[in-house]
Write a protein that binds this ligand. Structure first.
Ligand code: GLU
Length: 286
């Protein structure tokens, strides 16, 4: 059984970039008669406010999406205990090292912390030392990817003691039985690192589809960092869905007469065709 998921970070309202990832992930799962799970990636509590999660859930409902299984939130005592357990496993297996670099220091000099075998200090983060790192993988849309990961490290536990994205993502996707991850291609370079985490834990990695990014301008994707507008402040739910489907290259001819968003999504799932999705990110405005 196909199990997919949408895993938004609730650091603001749903913007077009997330809607494209959501549309792709949801329709791919529904086209395969599979499940699409919803996971709220709210570990970064300074950025992720509960009111943003509530608003995100309202937006998803207004757009007509209905997810399978239980809603999963990452910032719960049970989930945090699970990440701590897996972190401990990785430490015990010798797959971690302490790192005292900052973002600014990494920009000017490569990190040498792994070879310095540092011990714990309150300002240190805990990073992943991959026993093997295969920088290539097959993407179901983009084909074979061979990435240059030079100087990329993988933080597991940030210096502010927040569990980092890659660890939580791998643990949750594994524990929820996710068979394929569909997300934006801004996360392409995280994929070999996540695959190395799966291998280090003896787990089976999922398949991947990395979708084109919706760009506001040649240099800027629609994202919270780029102050993208909330898509439902500008468009009706139906207009937003059609825009996202058009961006994903889907045939809209049988969709425009749908009476409601849920009906539109059912029809879009039936006709969903991954081969129509463009492989390159593209400009889009609304
Ligand atoms: N939480 C990430 C985001 O909102 C997505 C992570 C993923 O799909 O792996 O961009």
């Amino acid at each position: 059984m196909y199990v997919g998921r949408f895993a938004p970070t609730p650091s603001g309202r749903l913007h077009l970039g997330s809607l494209v990832a959501l549309t792709g992930a949801y329709l791919r799962a529904k086209h395969a008669h599979g499940q699409c799970l919803l996971r709220i990636e709210d570990l970064d509590t300074p950025r992720c406010k509960p009111e943003y999660t509530a608003q995100m859930l309202r937006d998803l409902k207004a757009l007509g999406f209905s997810f399978d299984g239980e809603l999963k939130r990452q910032h719960t005592p049970a989930a945090l205990a699970r990440y701590a357990e897996i972190l401990h496993t990785l430490q015990e297996r010798g797959f971690t090292y302490y790192c005292t670099c900052t973002r600014a220091s990494r920009r000017t000099q490569p990190c040498t912390c792994q070879s310095r075998h540092l011990t714990y200090t309150p300002a240190a983060s805990l990073c992943f030392s991959a026993p093997s790192l295969d920088t290539a993988f097959d993407d179901e849309l983009l084909g074979r990817q061979e990435l240059d990961l030079a100087n990329r490290s993988c933080t597991l536990l940030r210096s502010d003691r927040v569990i980092a994205y890659n660890l939580a993502c791998v643990v949750d996707d594994h524990d929820s039985g996710v068979t394929e991850v569909v997300r934006g291609s801004d996360l392409l370079y995280e994929t070999p690192i996540q695959n190395a985490l799966y291998a280090a834990l003896g787990w089976q990695a999922p398949h991947y589809v990395h979708l084109p990014l919706a760009l506001k301008s040649p240099e800027h994707k629609y994202s919270k960092q780029n102050h993208a507008k909330a898509v439902l402040e500008e468009l009706s739910p139906r207009q937003a869905l059609l825009l996202s489907l058009r961006f994903l290259g889907q045939d809209l001819s049988a969709l425009e007469s749908a009476q409601s968003c849920p009906e539109l999504l059912i029809r879009a799932a039936q006709s969903f065709d991954i081969t129509r999705i463009p492989k390159c990110s593209g400009l889009i405005s609304y």
